[in-house]
Design a protein around this ligand. Structure first.
Ligand code: COA
Length: 707
């Protein structure tokens, strides 16, 4: 795949269809940018009126080029663009970047699809339409109509928004952050993020990948690609459009809780992708992740000249998951010679307001020399003792020495003197920030990346699921054109899936009832079974919590007697004997087909408050046991499963099992759109679960899978 997409990033020759002599036109700007960026391949302006564009002779059509054009950029109005794309496809151009707007984004979906289909049949891939182009440092090519001056570096940007992409390019320049590639994907009619990631994963210049995403089409493929990439380099994502559309369209709890945004966040975490909220944060974190060494371990140390900012940083460390080293003896041994007598060698290591630049140097050197310290947060407030120039030199030299094996972040604040230090050092690549929070969050992002989920072991599908029995149940509901399963069907499905509903059997005689009750085990519940009695409890057709044979016999007779009196004409088909479900911890476990990511599983705090608490977590399916357990641990009320106030630990493994089972059933049965168990009552460790209420919703055959 990477080899396949390489020509897009490293084309041997580029054609610009719509190249113009008029400097105000996008077709002119594209040629100008490509030439200015130092692209070494051939550049062919295409314009029917001929002439020259920026001293290059324009050819009248793509057919007139006698060269291997790997990339054609289309910059002519939409009504002509389709024809131009077809000409490129006929000519065998492998990549066409359609800059032109006026396709699906304004409702012209059919034209867009037709253009892509024609190209696909001839092996041509389309980038866009509705894009600003592509920049690739690998061949020094700025085929965009964005800024002329792009700085090469090691962050790759993939963006769905053109305007934001152009703004990000400008910002990377201003912040002196270099980019390895910038790809505008626009309407993603053909090429999407997943196509580009494999190249960027292999690209040695790319050290971090930043994606701006609005919507996701083939989420299952994106998940697969991201899982391949994140072990190799960090991926950050900014996602806009926190819409609840998916939730509104849903018909189950699982659906209504599965807001598009929540699912997106959880699935990104599952893939080891860091989600960020703002462009500034995204660029800051990408820059740090692209340049910082990886920490050897989790022990971070704060070195500061101010108690207050030290405490702020400690709070931030907790929030961003940075572990502060707290071995007092080692800390004292490490810093006792470096920290002035009036300071503190605890963490935060405090050189106090009287600390000098030299004290910083000694403390930082001590931290870098220590085997036990794995990352450093260096903070300072302006004092008369901190002269900007020596401080700048010291911090820069520390950053250089740390560059190979210890992540260091810095923050110095105060007046103009400290601003000078920060402004001098930042463009030189020193991770120094004006704000303590920003510094610690950068280190937190690095640790979050380190903690990303392990590469998935083989997806785990429980082997004992009876697929044929499930199929039969679903087919019979389909044959009756029902969009849901009836109680007995759901029960049959649950049993076939290995999800244990409460044990139950229908008795046709007293002896039968006793036999069933003994097989199930007391206490049991009795319920009348009659198509003429809909509201069983109204006529005394139910008896709960029957502890033994004597109670069972009395209740059996009483039910028959009451029902015959209340509804004399009723035909009684039998009496259902079921297990009396003991109380336990109520959870919810479900699976549904997400419009973006396909099969997703969820779990959370169950029972009647589930919709209020919304204490649930999601994962894309397939997943392994370890990831299912991580999902369960993300639920805020997870401690309930560990046992509170002296209760024993609950059977978490059985919840993991239920998650894998509902996921497997949904993934194997395209007709099922939602499965939900609420509550799934969880008992003590080793005692399993009971699926007290199971709901199964079938896909609306007319919906095309968009449940
Ligand atoms: N092949 C080659 N050149 C052609 C052509 C064809 N089939 N048809 C026309 N041209 C020439 C035109 O003659 C013109 O050249 P000229 O200035 O020498 O006459 C040039 O191509 C451009 O055509 P023009 O009609 O002037 O279009 P334009 O430059 O005003 O607009 C777009 C073209 C693509 C820029 C415009 O339609 C558009 O989509 N703009 C929005 C782009 C955008 O925002 N993208 C998303 C960013 S995120």
């Amino acid at each position: 795949m990477a080899e396949d997409i390489r020509r897009l990033f490293e084309p041997r020759a580029v054609a610009i269809v719509g190249a113009s002599r008029n400097p105000a036109k996008i077709g002119h700007k594209l040629v100008d940018n490509i030439l200015a960026s130092g692209y070494k391949g051939s550049v062919y302006p295409v314009n029917p009126s001929g002439g020259t564009v920026l001293d290059l002779p324009a050819v009248p059509s793509i057919d007139a080029i006698d060269d291997d054009v790997d990339l054609a950029c289309i910059a002519i109005p939409a009504k002509f663009a389709g024809e131009a794309v077809r000409a490129c496809a006929d000519r065998g151009v492998p990549y066409v970047a359609v800059i032109t707007s006026g396709f699906a984004e304004v409702g012209a979906l059919a034209e867009e699809r037709e253009m892509v289909a024609y190209a696909a049949e001839r092996g041509t891939r389309i980038l866009g339409p509705n894009i600003f182009g592509i920049y690739s440092a690998a061949c020094s090519m700025n085929a965009t109509f964005g800024p002329r001056d792009i700085q090469a570096g090691n962050i790759a940007i993939i963006t769905q928004s053109g305007a934001l992409g152009i703004a990000m390019m400008g910002k990377t320049r201003a912040e002196n952050i270099g980019v390895s590639a910038v790809v505008s994907v626009g309407n993603k009619a053909d090429i999407a993020e997943a196509d580009l990631l494999s190249y960027l994963a292999d690209d040695p210049a790319t050290k971090a990948i930043l994606m701006y995403v609005e919507g996701i089409q083939d989420g299952e493929r994106l998940v697969r690609e991201l899982r391949e990439v994140t072990p190799r380099k960090p991926v950050l994502v900014i996602k806009s459009g926190r819409s609840r559309r998916g939730a509104l369209a849903a018909a189950s709890h699982t659906g209504s809780l599965a807001g598009a945004d929540e699912v997106f966040s959880d699935v990104m975490r599952q893939c080891g992708v860091l989600r960020v909220d703002t462009i500034a944060e995204a660029l800051n974190l990408s820059k740090f992740l692209a340049t910082s060494p990886r920490p050897r371990g989790s022990n971070a140390v704060i070195i500061t000249n101010g108690g207050g900012i030290g405490v702020m940083a400690a709070d931030a460390a907790e929030r961003f998951g940075v572990g502060l080293y707290d071995d007092l003896a080692t800390l004292n041994e490490t810093f006792s010679d470096a920290v002035p007598a009036f300071g503190s060698t605890r963490n935060p290591v405090d050189i106090t307001g009287q600390g000098t630049v030299d004290d910083y140097r000694r403390s930082l050197d001590a931290a870098l020399a220590s085997e036990d310290i794995h990352s450093v947060i260096c903070l300072g407030c302006e004092t008369a003792l901190l002269e900007p120039e020596p401080l700048t030199r010291t911090l820069e030299s520390v950053a250089q020495r740390a560059a190979s094996d210890t992540p260091v972040v810095m923050s110095f604040l105060g007046g103009a003197a400290m601003d000078v230090v920060v402004e001098e050092l930042r463009p030189r690549g020193v991770p120094i920030y004006g704000d303590v929070y920003e510094a610690v969050s950068a280190l937190g992002a690095l640790y979050a990346y380190e903690r990303r989920p392990a590469t998935m072991t083989a997806p785990e599908t429980p082997a004992d699921i009876d697929g044929a029995a499930i199929r039969e149940v679903v087919d019979s509901a389909r044959a009756e054109e029902r969009g849901f399963l009836l109680a007995h069907e759901t029960r049959a499905l649950a049993i076939a899936a290995g999800i244990r509903p409460p044990a139950s059997a229908v008795a046709s005689s007293m002896q039968d009832a006793v036999r069933h009750a003994e097989a199930i085990g007391y206490p049991v519940v009795l319920k009348v079974v009659s198509r003429h009695i809909l509201h069983k409890s109204d006529v005394g057709g139910i008896a709960l919590d029957l502890e033994d044979r004597g109670e069972l016999i009395a209740a059996y007779e009483a039910i028959l007697h009451r029902c015959r009196q209340a509804v004399p004409h009723a035909v009684i088909d039998g009496i259902e004997v079921s297990e009396m479900v003991r109380s336990g911890t109520e959870t919810i476990v479900g699976a549904r087909r997400d419009p973006s990511f396909g099969p997703v599983v969820m779990c959370g705090l169950g029972g009647v408050y589930v919709e209020v608490m919304k204490d649930v977590a999601f994962r894309a399916y397939p997943l392994d046991r370890a990831e299912a357990l991580t999902m369960i641990k993300e639920v805020r009320s997870y401690p309930l499963l560990l046992g509170v106030r002296g209760e024993s630990r609950k059977d978490v493994e059985a919840v993991v099992d239920a998650v894998l089972r509902v996921g497997a059933v949904l993934a194997a049965n395209p007709d099922i759109s939602d499965i939900e168990i609420n509550p799934l009552v969880v008992y003590d460790e080793g005692e399993g679960t009971r699926a007290v209420d199971v709901r199964v919703i079938l896909d609306d055959p007319g919906s095309g899978g968009d449940a």
